[in-house]
Design a protein around this ligand. Structure first.
Ligand code: ADP
Length: 179
């Protein structure tokens, strides 16, 4: 069977995780790979309905997504996960579970600085936080523990989406996870 793997894209809101994931998915599908994008917003509507944004709920959300990703990956799917996952111990637990099951796991840090993210502000969250309409925004008034040693770190400033997606693709080729 074709090798599956989970590719977790972690980073701040508006860093570029979702955009890179869908661009990469398109490329991989064109190569004939089975690909699934586990979009954070969709997951929160269904799999994690009822969970909030406390440390505990964020941890539970990441573990649920990690569980589903591992299941899919163990059946040969390349699973792209553009989800903030702000806590290092949550991400580590997901990596461990994959390793225990013998399933590939790759961590990509989409390392866009908060100053750039807050200008992009795709969902208007930074503006809402600044206006006092929202609290607990990751990277602003809620923690984001940047990965110390990710498999890949992408600086998106001065790079196109396509270039960013290609960097992840190159890593997958290098790891023997796609051709
Ligand atoms: P996230 O999923 O991390 O919250 P999104 O992918 O929804 O962020 O939004 C990122 C925004 O940044 C998009 O509007 C995207 O077009 C833009 N962008 C600019 N340069 C890049 C790049 N090199 N890689 C990814 N996104 C980029």
């Amino acid at each position: 069977m074709t090798t599956g793997a989970t590719v977790w894209l972690t980073g701040l809101p508006s860093a570029g995780k979702t955009t890179i994931a869908y661009a990469l998915a398109e490329r991989l599908r064109a190569e004939g790979r089975a690909v699934e994008v586990l979009d954070g917003d969709e997951i929160r509507e269904f799999l994690s309905a009822g969970l909030g944004f406390s440390r505990e709920d964020r941890h539970t959300n990441v573990q649920r997504i990690g569980f589903v990703a591992e299941l899919l990956a163990s059946h040969g799917v390349l699973v792209l996960v553009p989800v903030i996952a702000p806590y290092a111990d949550s991400r580590e637990a997901v990596r461990k579970r994959h390793q225990q099951q013998g399933t590939g796991y790759v961590e990509v840090h989409v390392a866009t600085p908060v100053e750039v993210c807050s200008v992009r502000d795709v969902k208007g969250l930074y503006a809402k936080q600044a206006a006092g309409e929202l609290t607990g925004l990751t990277g602003v008034d809620d923690p984001y523990e940047a990965p110390q040693d990710p498999d890949l770190r992408i600086e998106t400033e001065g790079r196109t989406v396509e270039e960013s997606a290609l960097l992840v693709h190159a890593l997958l080729v290098e790891r023997g996870l796609t051709i």
